[in-house]
Design a protein. Structure first.
Length: 218
């Protein structure tokens, strides 16, 4: 509080006490002092209000009221996962398997047991395995050894396989007689087996053509 303001307040307080009579000039002089004092108090009050508003603006501009500055939100960056290119593409409609620049005829599952389609992965490679006759278009009661087996599996658990079709060399590229596996000519199956490691991607598309199913040779 300034000295003038303090002095004025004391004078107002003292004037309220019992004092001796004043002359007219003294009364006018005292009234002028009181008017000046009121203007001073009003001016000081307005200055304080302006200062308070300025302080509030500074606080609001400098932060959120907690002493911390607002940090601009960062936009999340998405990462696109690129699908690996297939090492092998199978077209059941054309009865062709394409790999390494070669196109090889195939025999797939017939109408009752179609070959599954979609993207698959090589999960195992077996040089020879024993299968039921139904796998190779023979009576189910018989069992056959088939070479160059490449086992495939899709993300949903569906499985199939590529193998060497030793029971009927006429079938690849001509008709379909397996229980869902993909049969190649023996030489083609070996060529693919030697070049297709585990983890390779195989795309199978299309569907087997609907044609009369010939009786396989003995």
């Amino acid at each position: 509080m300034s000295d003038d303001l303090a002095t004025g307040l004391r004078e107002i307080a003292e004037s309220a006490e019992q004092v001796p009579p004043f002359s007219g000039a003294d009364v006018r002089h005292l009234a002028q002092r009181r008017r000046r004092l009121r203007r001073t108090v009003a001016a000081l009050g307005g200055t304080a209000a302006v200062a308070a508003v300025a302080l509030a603006l500074v606080l609001n501009l400098g932060g959120s009221g907690t002493g911390r500055q607002d940090v601009p939100a960062t936009r999340p960056t998405g990462t696109l996962t690129r699908q690996p290119a297939p090492a092998v593409e199978v077209d059941l409609s054309s009865r062709l398997l394409a790999a390494g620049g070669r196109s090889m005829p195939l025999s797939s599952g017939f109408v009752r047991t179609p070959t599954p389609t979609g993207r698959m992965t090589v999960i195992a490679r077996v040089p020879v395995t024993v299968v039921s006759g139904a796998v190779v278009g023979r009576p189910d009661g018989f069992r056959y050894k088939v070479p160059w087996v490449i086992r495939l599996r899709a993300n949903d658990g569906t499985t199939t396989a590529v193998f060497g079709m030793i029971t009927d060399g006429r079938a690849p590229g001509v008709f379909d007689l397996t229980s869902g596996w993909i049969g190649l000519r023996t030489a083609d199956a070996k060529w693919l087996y030697d070049r297709l490691p585990t983890g390779s991607v195989v795309d199978i598309e299309g569907h087997a053509p609907v044609v009369p199913w010939p009786t396989p040779s003995a």
